[in-house]
Ligand binder design. Structure first.
Ligand code: NMN
Length: 271
């Protein structure tokens, strides 16, 4: 782990000024901190991108965190729902989503004079179903944590050591992951899952997903938290119905990342 961290330092040292795609999550926060350590804050820019498919609070939290870390911040925005290939919500939409993001970042980097755009992809993402990795490679964006062969558990440990405040933050991602493939994304569905999850997070369910199956909401929480959902069932039922769901269910398999991929044919995942 220490060797990998040293390797990361060497990679960063080979770059002069870097722009970091900063989501406020553990991975990009670790990249930002290490870049700041190796190159100095004046040679690092945190770019925080707003999108309809990401929680507003995450955007604001990311801006505040970068400021707290003493790194200059640039705020920008992409319009994901306006792109047909993204709104269609097919497995390839992940690719188009990342393509839009990286194209935007590359243009910004050119305009602002940064030779390198870094993101926070890690080794664990290689084993996941991540069509976005192709867009990253095409755009020439550098996933320095992958280049240093770092895995999540190592990043958490290293981040804790150097006081990255979000070392224990649960993984978050585009709200599109809550909507079944083939169901067109729109502001209303995104609003429903966003509000439903925020409600559960406020009740103390930190690791949570609310998957949107039309009139049915399927709640995923850790198995040991399922009883807690039952305890709050009337409150949750009322809130979710006010958001437009007719039936509210708990997934007995519990919280897991990528559950929408489980119904995809095997060849989609491999391809
Ligand atoms: O944790 P959940 O909500 O299930 O989201 C994770 C899933 O979303 C992943 O398994 C992946 O299939 C998908 N995803 C893909 C990309 C990408 O291809 N770049 C990015 C974020 C999420």
């Amino acid at each position: 782990m220490l060797e990998k961290n040293q390797k990361l330092g060497e990679i960063l040292n080979g770059m002069d000024r870097v722009m970091v795609a900063f989501s406020g999550g553990i991975d990009s926060a670790f990249v930002l901190k290490r870049a700041e350590q190796e190159l100095g804050a004046s040679n690092v820019l945190a770019v925080v991108v707003a999108s309809e498919l990401f929680r507003n609070e995450e955007f604001e939290g990311a801006v505040q965190l970068a400021e707290k870390m003493g790194v200059p911040v640039h705020q920008t925005e992409i319009k994901e729902l306006e792109q047909e290939e993204i709104a269609a919500n097919t497995p390839e939409s992940w690719y188009y989503s990342k393509k839009l993001l990286y194209t935007h970042l590359n243009q910004l980097a050119e305009k602002m004079g940064y030779a390198y755009v870094l993101d926070g992809m890690i080794m664990d993402d290689v084993d996941d179903f991540r069509p976005g990795l192709k867009a990253r490679t095409e755009a020439g964006v550098r996933s320095v944590l992958q280049e240093a062969k770092l895995y999540k558990r190592e990043i958490r440990a290293l981040a804790k050591e150097i006081d990255v405040p979000v070392w224990d933050k649960p993984a978050s991602c585009s709200l599109a992951s809550r909507i079944p493939y083939g169901t067109i994304l729109d502001k209303q569905k995104i609003y429903q899952v966003d509000e439903a999850e925020k409600f559960l997070i406020k009740l103390g369910f930190n690791m949570v997903r609310v998957r949107h199956h039309g009139e049915i909401a399927r709640i995923e929480v850790l198995p040991e938290k399922m009883n807690g959902i039952i305890e709050y069932r009337e409150k949750i039922d009322l809130k979710f119905k006010s958001l437009g769901f007719s039936y509210i269910s708990i997934d007995l398999n519990g919280y897991r990342t990528g559950s929408m991929n489980e119904v995809l044919p095997d060849q989609t995942i491999v391809g």
